[in-house]
Design a protein around this ligand. Structure first.
Ligand code: GLC
Ligand code: GLC
Length: 810
């Protein structure tokens, strides 16, 4: 069942009922000011950091679900309704929510009145604009009232939801004409405030929630609206809000537009006040001046649209499969940009107060946006590397505002260091900018320890070499990519961390997965050494890589598939000998995509085993059979009920690894099949089962051992976005950035037909047409670049050429 449809020309998903299985959200903002907005106008805003500078209040775990947002109430006769349906839930004569790229648009009609609400964050201002146009579509004049409503958060979102003994006394506001200023804590150490304004003279306002909504009233039936209008309340402590009241009369056919602005402003310390206890409003006034007219708002909206359209031209495919086109050209790249902006901080599953930026997550997210914003990717790599320790290990997380490692979690996740090589290699393949390797980068943010970035990669590589277990495989530490495989923890007390409790990071427990990673990214490291003329170092690195490859093929092989790990007692994990958790996805995908076991036939065997034991109609499960009880030696993985999350869920992040692995073996049909199973556009018509947004990936889909098999969770902020984009753009469609240029190496189903990819690459535009007259699945036999045939599959870069017309024949 569907709850909407894709409008590809507009780059929008159109939701046609407010009663989606879960709130379906979108993100507004590209730089510093961000908002989450759901299809019923739920959500919240923040400045830079969703924990420290939360602007509006949201209630996670709310009831009904998603019940706080930015609301417009329309009181027309005795009916009060909202253009986004919530919170009144008054049935609408027409409802539509269009989630677009960086904006959301709501259209609703009730009793001959139409509301069109456009929400976006301008590129260059720290505010969200809500453009509300009301049209009288009836035959008679209409007089009605419009009420706006936002509830402020007292900045620190965690403190806001816990520290009531203080917070209920600190709230302060100022009112200046149509603008309501939220200035809690400004009198002491803060020099920033928020404001909510409208470009009209209001007929009333409230700033106290108790006055506007009422102490015992729900947001669906505010006291002020029921009792004849706003009360002019001035909040003092308790719950500061901003509500405007506007009286509107429209003749038949007439429209009127209001611009509401929710903004954030900062003042220099010595210019905080314009009079005693009166905040300096100059920055807010400057911002608001731009948005007094619809022209001002429309120009900002046009600029935003142009920004995104230009960005998305970075990779554009035209194939016969409209779902591939839609995901590649619009939604998958958009989701990658959202993961760049948000990391894992704020979604409807990430509360904005929890995890900082993950070391491994951020390195992988980069794969998905490096072609779009290479300069920002460069800075991100340097930020990440600056948190690495001198011995090559890494803080598992760092804080976005301070960019410092997070000491609560510390280090010891032994895959982390290698992801730095992966991210840097992806950046250099994209940009050809080897100079990044010479950037001076500290360890643990201590400027006294700066060394060239290249040295950081060396430490990453050597960390793995120096931390091997009894079989010669890498030690797993607290966990590898699978955060929940905690082989050195043994936690039996509720509330303890599964990762950081435990006697040691263990000299015994080993990870076959990290072995695969080492082979894959060790080769990149060796290439970078060679590029710097360090031939001995390159050779030594390749020797280590080959040694690891042999170790994985022997100690890491279970007979029909790759083992997952050895635990702290040296017992096998992910073996046919195990009672549960006999086979895991990660080593099959990663070892084969690293090229391990291809010649020996083990790669083929491993992937057949995946198909046989892990595949389901909704994607490939992370392991099987799921653990039915808690295993002290395995940790958090076995804490989840069977079929959910790391315990047998379909963890979408690593499905593309298997798909890429299939392309290594030339299996185009199978690779594409795997791609489709988790790809949102292909499962749109099972939205009632999948539940999460049909335009973005979720971290996890419940596996076949779960009660709700096929149900998605944790949408938006997941490494799945980057990896699926790498899979489809580089390995299936086969446009792969390499150190010396673009390599063309498609692997598609036999009947996929010809297609064209336009791609921005190192300052030039490439238009690559791929035809497949013989219906093969892999590789090209002829390559013509700007009219000249070249041998091999690499498009050579010619100095000064900015347009490449490429013909490739499979
Ligand atoms: C989550 C984490 C990621 C981890 C994965 C598997 O997505 O953000 O770091 O690799 O779970 O446990
Ligand atoms: C990852 C996993 C999650 C786990 C967390 C622990 O996010 O997906 O299941 O609880 O890591 O850090």
């Amino acid at each position: 069942m569907k709850f909407g449809y894709f409008d590809d020309k507009a780059l929008e998903y159109v939701i046609t009922t407010p009663r989606t299985p879960l709130p379906w959200i979108n993100y507004l903002g590209c730089n510093d000011f961000f908002s989450i907005v759901s299809n019923t106008c739920g959500g919240y805003s923040f400045y830079k950091d969703a924990k420290m500078l939360r602007i509006t209040r949201y209630r996670y775990n709310s009831m009904p679900l998603d019940s706080n947002g930015k609301y417009y109430y329309i009181q027309d006769g005795d009916v009060t309704w909202n253009p986004g349906w919530q919170p009144t839930q008054t049935p609408l004569d027409f409802y539509e929510c269009r989630h677009g790229i960086g904006y959301s648009r709501f259209t609703a009609k009730k009793n001959g009145l139409k509301a069109d609400l456009l929400n976006f964050v301008p590129l260059h201002d720290t505010c969200e604009l809500n453009r509300l146009t009301l049209t009288n579509e009836s035959e008679a004049p209409k007089s009605f009232k419009v009420f706006s409503y936002v509830e402020f958060c007292l900045w620190n979102a965690l403190d806001d939801m816990t520290n009531f003994q203080r917070n209920l006394s600190t709230g302060e506001v100022e009112i200046d004409g149509a603008t309501i200023y939220h200035k809690t804590e400004y009198r002491e150490r803060r020099n920033h405030y928020a404001f909510f304004s409208v470009n009209a003279k209001p007929d009333g306002f409230d700033t106290s929630r108790d006055a506007f909504i009422g102490i015992y009233s729900p947001a669906s039936a505010p006291d002020a609206i029921r009792n004849g209008g706003c009360t002019g309340s001035v909040a003092s402590g308790w719950y500061p809000v901003a509500a405007h009241e506007l009286h509107v009369t429209l003749t038949p056919g007439e429209s009127k537009t209001f611009l509401f602005v929710l903004g954030y402003a900062e003042n220099p310390k010595d210019r905080k006040w314009e009079a005693p206890n009166v905040i300096n409003k100059a920055p807010a006034r400057r911002l608001l001046a731009k948005y007094q007219t619809t022209e001002g708002a429309d120009a900002a909206f046009a600029e935003l649209k142009a920004y995104w359209e230009n960005l998305l031209e970075g990779y554009h495919v035209e194939s016969r499969d409209e779902k591939v086109n839609r995901m590649v050209n619009i939604w998958n790249q958009y989701q990658c940009m959202v993961t760049f902006n948000m990391s894992r901080s704020a979604s409807y599953y990430e509360s904005g107060i929890g995890r900082g930026m993950g070391f491994r997550d951020s390195c992988q997210d980069l794969f998905g946006f490096v072609h779009l914003i290479p300069e920002k990717a460069r800075q991100r790599i340097i930020d990440i590397a600056s948190t690495q320790f001198e011995d090559g290990s890494a803080y598992h997380q760092y804080q976005p505002l301070t960019r410092r490692g997070n000491a609560d979690i510390g280090s010891g996740f032994n895959d982390d260091p290698l992801w730095l090589i992966a991210g840097t290699a992806a950046y250099i393949r994209e940009t050809g900018d080897f100079s990044i390797l010479d950037e001076s980068v500290p360890f643990d943010n201590d400027e006294a320890t700066c060394v060239p970035l290249f040295e950081h990669l060396t430490r990453s590589f050597e960390y793995t070499v120096a931390h091997k277990g009894p079989h010669g495989l890498p030690q797993i530490g607290r966990a590898d990519w699978n955060d929940c495989l905690n082989l050195n923890c043994f936690s039996d007390t509720p509330g303890e961390s599964f990762q950081t409790t435990g006697p040691s990071e263990g000299p015994i427990a080993e990870s076959v997965f990290i072995g695969g990673m080492f082979v894959r990214y060790g080769k990149d490291y060796a290439k970078l050494c060679a590029h710097r003329g360090l031939l001995d170092k390159a050779k030594a690195a390749m020797t280590e890589v080959q040694k690891m490859e042999q170790t994985v093929l022997s100690a890491g092989w279970d007979g029909e598939w790759f083992l997952r790990a050895y635990d702290a007692k040296g017992q096998k994990v992910g073996s046919h000998e195990c009672e549960e958790g006999k086979i895991f996805i990660e080593p099959q995908g990663f070892c084969v995509l690293a090229g391990i076991g291809v010649k020996e036939g083990k790669a083929e065997k491993a992937l057949s085993s995946v198909e046989k034991h892990l595949d389901t109609k909704y994607g490939i499960r992370i392991l099987a059979p799921s653990y039915s009880h808690y295993y002290l030696n395995l940790g958090e993985i076995s804490s989840y009920p069977p079929g959910y999350k790391e315990n047998g869920g379909i963890f979408c992040h690593n499905n593309p690894w298997v798909s890429i692995a299939e392309t290594v073996l030339g299996h185009g049909t199978r690779a594409f099949d795997i791609y489709k199973k988790t790809c949102p556009a292909y499962i749109e018509d099972i939205s009632e089962i999948h539940c999460t947004e049909p335009y973005v990936y979720s971290q996890m889909v419940a596996g076949s051992d779960a009660k709700y098999f096929g149900q998605g969770k944790n949408s938006w902020l997941t490494g799945t976005a980057a990896w699926t984009f790498v899979n489809i753009s580089q390995h299936i469609l086969g446009i792969c950035p390499d150190y010396d240029g673009l390599r063309i190496d498609p692997c598609v189903p036999k009947g996929f037909g010809s297609y064209t990819v336009s791609r921005r690459f190192r300052g030039a535009m490439y238009r690559i047409h791929i035809s497949n007259p013989d219906h093969v699945e892999k590789g090209i036999r002829k390559l013509t670049v700007n009219g000249k045939e070249v041998s091999g599959n690499l498009i050579p870069i010619t100095e000064g050429v900015t347009k490449y017309e490429v013909e490739a024949v499979m």
